[in-house]
Design a protein around this ligand. Structure first.
Ligand SMILES: [Zn+2]
Ligand SMILES: [Zn+2]
Length: 246
């Protein structure tokens, strides 16, 4: 529908080139409903929400189990790989969110197109919940994207294996893939209805609030850029408790 496209700088970049600066004004309820209808209409008929939710994550969990089963004669110092990779992944998550999800990078424009004009225009701080299961496609990372992330970790860690550090390589794979799966499931849980049992968990509620504040279009380009635990937001000074009052 033209109504939605005119404010969302070209959904998926198909209708028209992306504007340099995304709109900081939230869409009206009517325009958001039009956008929701348009995005749902674009979802192919073969899409199965539960497959999208469980299959890529299950492949990731299987890879973690295999990687851990390959560890032999573990030295305690090698366990430092786990916090090191976690912190690295947290910093990478922040960096990608700032530089590829909220800025159109010519190397991967799809990241911006899926995130800023679609995900952010549809879900706002006060209205974060998915309304139906087909909306999983508007929240979850595409399945092929998650599998590419897993594959990338296997490639990186094979270098560590080649350098004579097989246990570090296995712990790298296990930690980085666990991080990617946790990103997927945490972000999914933030977009569940408020009365869902998962949403009522105090830890999830706290993390979900951090992400909901990020969904205010006025600050989405700059603040609360971590989606999992906001460690890098604290380091970079990009964490805010609330969006400024309107
Ligand atoms: Zn979100
Ligand atoms: Zn964002």
């Amino acid at each position: 529908m033209v109504v939605a496209r005119s404010q969302t700088d070209g959904i998926a970049g198909k209708a028209r080139p992306a504007l340099r600066k995304p709109s900081e004004a939230p869409l009206s309820v009517e325009r958001r409903e039009a956008l929701r209808a348009e995005l749902l209409e674009e979802i192919p008929s073969w899409y199965v929400p539960w497959v999208h939710l469980f299959v890529p994550s299950s492949i990731g969990i299987a890879a973690i189990v295999v990687a851990l089963s390959w560890i032999r004669d573990l030295h305690p110092a090698e366990l430092l790989t786990v916090p090191a990779v976690y912190l690295l992944a947290n910093a990478f998550e922040w960096w990608v969110h700032v530089n590829a999800l909220h800025r159109r990078n010519p190397l991967a424009p799809v990241l911006y197109d899926q995130h800023t004009p679609r995900h952010h225009m549809l879900y706002l701080t006060d209205d974060m919940a998915m309304r139906e299961k087909r909306e999983y496609r508007l929240v979850l990372i595409p399945g092929y994207g998650l599998l590419l992330i897993f594959l990338g970790q296997v490639v990186v860690s094979s270098g560590l294996w080649w350098l004579g550090q097989p246990n570090v390589a296995c712990l790298w794979v296990a930690t980085s893939i666990a991080y990617a799966v946790s990103y997927e499931w945490l972000h999914f849980s933030y977009h569940l209805p408020h009365d869902h049992p998962v949403s009522r968990n105090p830890v999830i509620r706290k993390l979900a609030h951090h992400h909901a504040v990020h969904h205010d279009p006025r600050i989405m380009q700059r603040y609360n850029m971590n989606v999992t635990v906001p460690l890098m937001d604290w380091v970079m000074g990009t964490s805010v408790e609330e969006a400024p009052p309107r």
